[in-house]
Design a protein around this ligand. Structure first.
Ligand code: UDP
Ligand code: MG
Length: 342
């Protein structure tokens, strides 16, 4: 276990970083007009503990909300100059919204956080402590999944098991997007050109020194989840097929095994015919084999299709998101990597 900022200071060892810096919270929002007020109250309380040492910006990415989200945010902006707002031209999904947030965040440290208060913002000062001690990624690890439904728990466990079996860079099953990322990490992630992306998988893939803070994940404070099972299923497929080519390679082995088995079967039929003569019955076994090979081939073609479809998405090079407007207008995104949106 690494020691805390306070312990290090008491031992007379100055923390690695001390000068005043900018912290960005990236908050994707989709139809969240009722969640914004409680979120800002909680975030302000947590950030107040850092006020002396950090400037902060709270960067909302409005992911094509059709309710009063933009109106609510604009009215809060008038009272709090730390709030920035980027409106996307339609709903692009949370992964794209996060990407837009990372492209526009100016902070030395960046923390993506959900607006529904499921991510406990009160642990942010603790995350900052670990960052000041040198960790470039500080994961917020949930203690348990008691706030999730039974079905969500089972499907999530299944996804992480499959993902970690297939991908070279495993990702922890109890850490979401809520984590602190150092500017260097954000710049590396921004420089990755891929369009099909699961941010959590990229956070795990980039490496860097990491540390963790644990927290109790709350239930959603207002509204209901914007991530239905169909969205989660598609995200899971994107994550797996974008991170691993093992599902393609497995067909080489399945194909070889089937070819070998067919060869043995043919040899067996040949010998049997030599010994017992011609044997007409065989309709059932033929049908079974045709159906089995047909099924296996269709499944393999389906897997190929998953990759070909994603190759199309990549070569088409459409932006990941489109910005309709940003407020305040003069606050532009940092220079550097090619942005993923326009
Ligand atoms: N979100 C988004 N675009 C979407 C879906 C969700 O920006 O298409 C935001 C949402 O407003 C919230 C965060 O992503 O701030 C997490 O969404 P949600 O709480 O619905 O997901 P869950 O916690 O159920 O996985
Ligand atoms: Mg949530």
């Amino acid at each position: 276990m690494k020691s805390t900022y306070v312990e290090e200071r008491e031992r007379g060892r100055p923390p690695a970083r001390t000068q005043e810096r900018l912290l960005t919270l990236i908050v994707p929002v989709y139809n969240e007009q009722h969640a914004i007020g409680p979120f800002l109250d909680a975030a302000r309380a947590a950030l107040a503990l850092l006020d002396a040492r950090f400037d902060t910006e709270i960067l909302f990415v409005n992911d094509g909300s059709r309710d009063g989200t933009e109106f609510v945010l604009r009215s809060y902006m008038q009272k709090d100059e730390r709030i920035r707002l980027i409106n996307l031209s339609r709903n692009f999904g949370k992964e794209a919204a996060l990407c837009a947030g990372m492209d526009h965040a100016r902070g030395d440290a960046v923390i993506p956080v959900d607006v529904d208060l499921q991510d406990d913002v009160s642990i942010i000062p603790e995350m900052i402590e670990k960052w000041e001690l040198g960790a470039q990624i500080v994961n917020a690890k949930r203690r348990d999944r008691s706030s999730d439904s039974w079905l969500k728990r089972v499907t999530a466990r299944g996804f992480y098991r499959v993902f970690n079996a297939l991908s070279d860079q495993p990702m922890p099953s109890d850490v979401g997007d809520f984590r602190l990322l150092d500017r260097q990490v954000v710049d590396v992630i921004r420089s990755l050109g891929e369009k099909v992306r699961l941010n959590k998988a990229l956070f795990a893939w980039v490496g860097f020194d990491s540390d963790e803070v644990t927290y109790q994940r709350n239930c959603r404070r207002a509204g209901k989840t914007r991530m239905g099972y169909w969205k989660l299923w598609n995200m899971a497929l994107d994550g797996i097929f974008a991170s691993s080519t093992k599902p393609l390679r497995v067909w080489t082995y399945v194909g070889s095994a089937l070819a070998f088995a067919s060869f043995l079967y043919a040899a067996w039929i040949f010998l049997r015919t030599l010994v017992f003569g011609v044997d007409v019955p065989g309709y059932a076994s033929t049908l079974v084999l045709i159906l089995m090979f047909g099924g296996v081939q269709l499944f393999a073609i389906g897997i190929l299709g998953e990759y070909v479809g994603r190759i199309l998405t990549e070569v088409r090079e459409r932006p990941l998101y489109i910005v309709r407007s940003s407020h305040p207008a003069e606050a532009t995104r940092p220079a550097g990597a090619r942005p993923h949106g326009i």
